[in-house]
Design a protein around this ligand. Sequence first.
Ligand SMILES: *[C@@H]1O[C@H](CO)[C@@H](O)[C@H](O)[C@H]1NC(C)=O
Ligand SMILES: CC(=O)N[C@H]1CO[C@H](CO)[C@@H](O)[C@@H]1O
Length: 492
Amino acid sequence: MPQTDVDAAAAAAADPDHVAVLAFPFATHAAPLLAIIHRLATSSPNKHFSFFSTEQSNNSIFSIYKQNINIKAYNVWDGVPEGYVFSGKPQEHIELFMKSAPGSFKKAMEVAVSETGRKVSCLVSDAFFWFAGEMAEEIGVAWLPFWTAGPSSLSAHVYTDLLRETFGDGGVTGLEDELLSLIPGMSKIRIRDLPEGVLFGNLESFFSNMLHKMGRALPQADAVFINSFEELEPSITEDLKSKFKKFLSIGPFNMISPPPPVADAYGCRTWLDSQKLASVAYVSFGSVTTPPPHELVALAEALETSEVPFIWSLKDNSKVHLPDGFLDRTTSQGLVVPWTPQSEILAHRAVGVFVTHCGWNSLLESIAGGVPMICRPFFGDQNINGRMVEDVWEIGLQVEDGVLTKHGLLNSLYKVLSLDGGKKMRENIKAFKQLAKEAIGPNGSSVNNFIALSDLMIMSTSSKDEKVTSNTFLEPRFTSNQKSQENQHSYL
Ligand SMILES: *[C@@H]1O[C@H](CO)[C@@H](O)[C@H](O)[C@H]1NC(C)=O
Ligand SMILES: CC(=O)N[C@H]1CO[C@H](CO)[C@@H](O)[C@@H]1O
């Protein structure tokens, strides 16, 4: 036997635990899953983790992590048949991947099992993979799905059947402003705030079906875990704890291990240093979405008229839509840059408001920075997040009528940045920041939930003494030369 096989065999005999991790390889799903697996692997050095994703995803996320000898990446097929011609329909690549996924994951898992000599003892997956529950059942191990967005959107998917029974699935025209009082913790959410595909939009689309099946499958999981903290949405959290066998909030990840400082390529930090306390508007809609041209114009006009100093993260190819001369006229007022170190900017004392699409990761970064938001949501969970921001947490505003207009944005900027209006929002968001700090501190809810999650992965008796403690909770997860994470999240 070659030496490496001997080593593998010895390690497997010492601790046969083998956690298989199935990642959703699109948008910002795989990276946060790997972040948590990295922490678990660091705190359980004898357990082996196999991480399954597509080659492309795998290449982009693995390069940023410190090498862990007990995590191994496996590539799974992206589901695109040889010579396939894309018809251009939305989410086609996702649909192809999802159709092949159960088979591709099974095949890749067989390879990992034979290579390591360890049977799979626990299955962790993106919550999107409703079929992973059946896979886990077949091999007789625990299923631990991970939901990458917030608790309120998760609740919407778990309650889809009840919502459809109550409001019908034949369209909701006229009911858009009905409140969802029938769902615990959602009494301020309107039908119109729901993710599309629950009550409106194409209920038969591949994506709607996937989320529907997911909502039905999750109560069978051994635990559902999430990048949030219980104190942010206590009533929804409590309700989901009663729906699921276990519901474990183990975030916010961005506060547990903040990305290390990166080079200030566009001079944002230096520029911010020269600005007044809580005076700057930071504008970014994540890396997936750009508002339509007329909204970019409205935004530019509002910024210029308001004279509010700003940093605007805008891709170079969108600059053509800006009003003539805007960039020249605003050189001393603000910066328009193609990329920003978002969490650092939001943490800077000079930033007073974040104009955002309200994706989950951006929202958590805004809490970490204590910066109130102006939300212009686009799709997925962004509408429900925006509603929570304005009406439940009172840590920001939504743009009027859901679109950016010059007049509306001027109003919102004034409200958030003026001393009186903004003060309460700033206090509220700083209070959440404090709660988040406590959640990830000694005996905090997220720490205890992390330990509970880790315990669920210990299936074999031989490793029972390898208990995770809160000491390993804050293990740094990045290499120092890590490129900053993309800041966006929505479902896609
Ligand atoms: C930890 O927190 C729980 C719940 O808040 C509390 O009941 C318990 O006494 C705390 N334990 C310690 C050691 O502080
Ligand atoms: C199985 C496989 O090819 N895994 C790759 C995943 O990505 C890392 C980082 O780029 C590669 O080193 C692995 O070879």
